[in-house]
Design a protein around this ligand. Structure first.
Ligand SMILES: [Ca+2]
Ligand SMILES: [Ca+2]
Ligand SMILES: [Ca+2]
Ligand SMILES: [Ca+2]
Length: 480
């Protein structure tokens, strides 16, 4: 071997030695890592496969998440399950659910909203097995099974997000709701609906609960059955507690029409033509001008001579002493006593003696045969004197002493007829041929110009500017 050949051999040997050295160094560095990796792969690779059946997922209306986790075959011991919830806007939350799951077992997991606190819609649920590695440390599977959350299905009997209820095939079936109560049911859109049961006013006469009497709105009313309801004001003799007085009339007989409406033709409206109405209910009189009250507000009077009060037909009465007591009204409004007008005078009076006495004087002349127009008692008969043109009376001795008597005098300008009534009963009539045209109407109660002072009491004195008929007067008389 020559010198060059030896050198090449040595170089080759050195290169081989350097390569071997490098290999040894590299092996020394890489081997531990390879050993560790090999250990993991061979001992701790997770083969347990988990899944979430799609039809098991319920995200209820409160966003609570409930689902099942199913495990396939595999030998590892699962110690927990990691659950990953993902939302439609990309949020992601991981929960560790402790506890095992055997081969082919299924487990239900619920993660309440208050725990996961995800406010947007949950779109995906992933589950990953957690096992105990050979080195005693937990190992979580890196391959997680994800399942998208199915859209809520109304009618699947599960209450899911967006649903208030889900009654399955009962959705939209309206239940029977008891009378006058509210009930709820689940709609075809899985929303709770409140429904009112039958009631009065629903347009249907509910025969078990309703009649014309308790629900005329639905069942109609029957005029003639004696009961008042609906548009009826009354029914037969049932006046629903009403009278002529409650209907605003003075008195009279209220009746009911065949159409169950009030018939007020039998009612008497005292206000019609009533000019003045002295009730004499004042506590006392002192002679002050205007102190004697006209309840129609027109012709207040003034007492003279010490006129006092006494117990009346109604409340108090005016008491006249028969000597010098009377009531004067200076200007009588609303009525002119010139006998070209209609008028009526009505008064209760109670004489305490049988002497002639004036109830009312319309002209106050001093001579009873002059131009006087007076209503008075004479020989215990009711009489009228009209300026010498007529004197007529009811029967003598027909007026009792110390008892109340109802005196009425009416006059009609149409036929010039005057009529007297005693206690509501028609008495004398007289047609006058000539009339005083006296316009000096000095109205007095209890005297005339020549005296004849009332000796007793007068009450409920009424003055009308129309001619009341016999029915009117009987009605008024009977109202006391
Ligand atoms: Ca549902
Ligand atoms: Ca009804
Ligand atoms: Ca009826
Ligand atoms: Ca009175």
């Amino acid at each position: 071997m020559n010198k060059r050949g030896l050198s090449e051999v040595i170089t080759t040997v050195l290169i081989i030695l350097l390569v071997l050295g490098a290999i040894v160094i590299i092996w020394a560095v890489v081997k531990p890592t390879l050993d560790k990796s090999a250990s993991n792969i061979q001992i701790d690779t997770i083969t347990a496969s988990l899944s979430v059946p799609k039809n098991s997922i319920i995200i209820d209306e409160s966003n609570n998440a409930t689902f099942k986790v199913k495990r396939e075959a595999g030998e590892e011991e699962i110690i927990a399950i990691n659950v990953v919830l993902k939302t439609e806007n990309g949020d992601r939350k991981v929960f560790r659910i402790p506890g095992g799951l055997g081969e082919l077992e299924t487990r239900t997991i619920t993660i309440p909203f208050k725990v996961h606190n995800i406010t947007s819609v949950i779109k995906d649920i992933s589950v990953c097995a957690v096992i105990l590695g050979s080195n005693g440390k937990e190992i979580s599977s890196e391959i997680c099974s994800g399942t998208s959350v199915p859209a809520p299905l109304c009618g699947d009997s599960k209450v899911q997000a967006g649903e208030q209820c889900d009654g399955g095939t009962l959705n939209g079936v309206i239940p029977t709701i008891p009378y006058n109560t509210n009930g709820t049911y689940c709609s075809n859109l899985c929303q709770n609906l409140t429904l009112r049961g039958p009631y009065c006013g629903d347009g249907t006469c509910n025969t078990n609960e309703e009649t014309s009497i308790n629900c005329y709105i639905d069942c109609g009313s029957v005029c003639g059955d004696g009961t008042v309801y609906g548009a009826e004001q009354c029914d037969g003799t049932n006046l629903n507690g009403q009278t002529c007085v409650t209907k605003g009339y003075f008195t009279g007989t209220l009746s009911c029409s065949s159409g169950c409406q009030f018939d007020t033709s039998g009612c008497f409206d005292l206000r019609n033509g009533l000019v003045s109405y002295y009730k004499f209910d004042e506590a006392s009189y002192s002679g002050t001008a205007g102190e004697v009250i006209d309840n129609m507000g027109r012709n207040n009077g003034t007492s003279s001579g010490g006129m006092s009060t006494s117990s009346g037909k109604v409340g108090n009465a005016a008491r006249f002493d028969g000597l010098n007591d009377y009531l004067s009204v200076p200007n009588l409004d609303g009525l002119s006593f010139n006998f070209s007008k209609n008028f009526s005078i009505l008064a209760w009076f109670k004489p305490v003696s049988s002497v002639d006495m004036i109830i009312a004087s319309l002209t106050h002349q001093s001579s009873w045969q002059g131009s006087n127009i007076i209503l008075f008692m004479s020989d215990r008969a009711l009489e009228v004197q009209i300026a010498g043109f007529g004197l007529f009376n009811t029967s003598t001795n027909s007026i009792p002493i110390n008892s109340w008597t109802f005196a009425t005098w009416t006059y009609s300008e149409t036929d010039r007829k005057g009529t007297l009534y005693l206690n509501g009963v028609k008495g004398s009539e007289h047609t006058f041929s000539q009339f005083s045209q006296n316009t000096n109407a000095l109205f007095r109660i209890g005297r005339y110009g020549g005296g004849w002072y009332m000796n007793g009491s007068i009450d409920e004195f009424m003055l009308f500017n129309r001619t009341l008929n016999a029915s009117d007067i009987t009605t008024i008389y009977n109202s006391y």
